[in-house]
Ligand binder design. Structure first.
Ligand code: ADP
Ligand code: MG
Length: 313
């Protein structure tokens, strides 16, 4: 059992950033509109607190068991609109390779609970008093799997990966306030007051000033061209993805405006029937294909053509 958790942890907890993504998505699934992430020691120590639903004592005890999911899903559909979680493996995996403390309280209960587990085994459970919501603290990530620990990169590299993940979550979850802190230094702070305010908080005044809203999101003007495609933020059903089709449509939409080696800043939100998304493409690589590829391309490209046509007149 614990061996299989450690094996599963290889997939869920590839690095601190992928671990934080899972924890963040649990907070969002719990309906939190405020999430704070504090990171220390290159991501080996992490504390994440939210004001979501919290857990009852029993659910807290179960949460670190493998396949203990409170989220019902008919199939392994990662593009399910309702929740991010679907396998009930994240907490089991993370706890199997760390020292974990869960503190939690529901609004229906007048006391909270705190669980401590080392390498996935529960060491202590106690009653505590605390606010509604959940705080999960991970200490000494990979302390019992030294071989894995060796694969951690230098702190700044891990922090860049974490920042990137949190930024992409904060951008699409613009009604949720995010705080990300590295070794007591603030890195990201959003207030959850809508998409435009979130763009302002993440990218600054100059970017917001040079963005225009179109049918499927926001398009940056030539004032804010970038030297990589990484600033075409694409989300399908609220999940960050890479899609060659969408990227192509965006680049083609800009065709007369792009200089060689320059790419636009754009934020694209697309909703589509999960059935139209090709599941053969590995979810962790986030590259998606659509079965209705041509329709998706045309949808975005023509929205952009309309938009640029109007803008140029
Ligand atoms: P999954 O998200 O796939 O259900 P996880 O291992 O990520 O599996 O979480 C296990 C369970 O623990 C969740 O189904 C949920 O009930 C509970 N849980 C985890 N994190 C939180 C949180 N921040 N707030 C409330 N409940 C949580
Ligand atoms: Mg989860």
């Amino acid at each position: 059992e614990s061996v299989s958790n450690i094996i599963a942890a290889g997939e869920v907890v590839e690095n601190p950033a992928s671990m934080i993504k899972e924890l963040l998505e649990n907070s969002l699934d719990a309906g939190a509109d405020s999430v704070k992430i504090e990171v220390f020691n290159g991501g080996k120590d992490v504390k994440i607190s939210d004001n979501g639903s919290g857990m009852e004592k029993n659910d807290m005890m179960l949460s670190i068991e493998r396949h203990a999911t409170s989220k019902i899903s008919t199939k392994d559909d990662i593009f399910n609109l309702m929740t991010y979680g679907f396998r009930g493996e994240a907490l089991a995996s993370i706890s199997s390779v760390s020292k974990m403390t869960i503190s939690t309280k529901t609004k229906e209960s007048n006391v909270g609970y705190k669980l401590t587990a080392y390498a996935g085994s529960i060491r202590n459970v106690e009653e505590i008093s605390r606010n509604n919501g959940t705080e999960i603290e991970i200490r000494d990530l990979f302390y019992n799997t030294p071989a894995r620990k060796k694969f951690l990169r230098k702190e700044s590299t891990e922090y860049n990966k974490i920042r990137d993940i949190v930024l992409k979550e904060a951008l699409v979850n613009y009604d949720t306030a995010f705080t990300l802190i590295f070794d007591d230094k603030p890195s990201i702070k959003t207030s959850g007051k809508g998409i435009e305010n979130t763009i302002l908080e993440l990218f600054g005044k100059n970017v917001l000033k040079n963005l225009k809203k179109f049918e499927h999101g926001y398009l940056g003007s030539v004032e804010i061209l970038r030297s990589s495609k990484d600033y075409i933020f694409t989300y399908v059903n609220k999940r960050y993805v890479k899609s060659n089709t969408i990227e192509r449509a965006v680049l083609d939409g800009y065709y007369t405006k792009l200089m060689k080696g320059k790419y636009p800043f754009a934020v694209i939100f697309l909703n589509t029937d999960p059935k139209e998304i090709d599941v053969n493409v590995h979810p962790s690589k986030k590259i998606v294909k659509f079965s209705n590829d041509k329709i998706i391309y045309t949808q975005i490209k023509s929205a952009m053509d309309d938009y640029f046509y109007l803008e140029e007149r």
